[in-house]
Design a binder for this molecule. Structure first.
Ligand code: 1JT
Length: 260
């Protein structure tokens, strides 16, 4: 399905990363992939994970450093010649911002969260444009806290709202180049990022009890949706946020616990 296509994947930290699930789905369907990592401490992880992916490339890229971004796309241009898709699976907020009350968010935490988690999509889309000569597809990761209040998600909810809105504006700008831009709103997963969050275990239980499908999402299901969105199967879908959450977001009032 992705034979002769090349993709760039941002946000692999370890084997549980959503970005890695996306990479596996795409690699299994024949894509040639470039991976970026943030900081030297993640370099070895990413190199080990990708060691047996034929023709893959691993480059450093901290999105807060434009020179890194330019160098990463230059490497991809040199090695691959063109780019067909890009998967954005990066987010950050200071730990203190993901606990307590949203009203306590500092200017610095707000700026950091929005810069790394939302602005970076626009930054990477612009950098990818000259390489997407044959059209392309850009996919990012969001979460329900963008739309509705989720305890502790706080400034990340604001950042994801900006990410989803950016998806729509980018879809309009890049549509004329046959580049599609979509977001996946994934249900919570037990990843490195989620590990740092207080009450994650209780939240996973709440989803398993209340989602229409009575279970949590698996990373491979998010990866398969990313595969669909970067493939030609989704050729008329752009600007959307697609929920991959076992239906949790459609529920208005939760059913009573003793009704199965
Ligand atoms: C970040 C973190 C972005 C955790 C994230 C995230 N997007 C989803 N999660 C998991 C999550 C976190 C909270 C939550 C529900 C899901 C941590 C590092 C910064 C970026 O609310 C209860 C807080």
């Amino acid at each position: 399905m992705l034979e002769n296509k090349t993709g760039m994947i941002f946000g692999v930290a370890n084997q549980r990363s959503i970005a890695w699930a996306c990479a596996q789905a795409c690699a299994e369907r024949g894509a040639r992939l470039a991976f970026t990592y943030q900081g030297e401490r993640l370099k070895e992880n990413v190199e080990k994970l990708t060691a047996n992916l034929d023709g893959s490339l691993v480059v450093p890229c901290d999105v807060t450093n434009q020179a890194d971004v330019d160098a990463a796309f230059q490497s991809v241009g040199k090695e691959f010649g063109k780019l067909d898709f890009l998967i954005h699976s990066i987010a950050f907020a200071p730990k203190e911002a993901l606990e307590g009350e949203f009203v306590m968010t500092t200017r610095e935490a707000f700026q950091t969260a929005l810069d790394i988690s939302a602005f970076s999509l626009t930054q990477l889309a612009l950098a990818a444009l000259p390489l997407m000569t044959d059209g392309g597809s850009i996919v990012s990761m969001s979460y329900y806290g963008a739309e509705k209040v989720v305890p502790n998600y706080n400034v990340m909810g604001v950042a994801k709202a900006a990410l989803e809105s950016s998806t729509r504006y980018l879809a309009e700008d890049l549509g004329k180049h046959n580049i599609r831009v979509n977001a996946i709103s994934a249900g919570p997963l037990n990843t490195l990022s989620a590990r740092g969050v207080k009450g994650m275990g209780a939240m996973l239980k709440h989803i398993a009890a209340n989602a229409p499908m009575r279970r949590n999402v698996e990373a491979r299901e998010v990866g398969n949706t990313a595969l669909f969105l970067v493939s030609d199967l989704s050729s008329a879908i752009t600007g959307e946020t697609i929920y991959v959450d076992c239906g949790f977001n459609i529920i208005g009032i939760q059913r009573h616990f003793d009704e199965t």
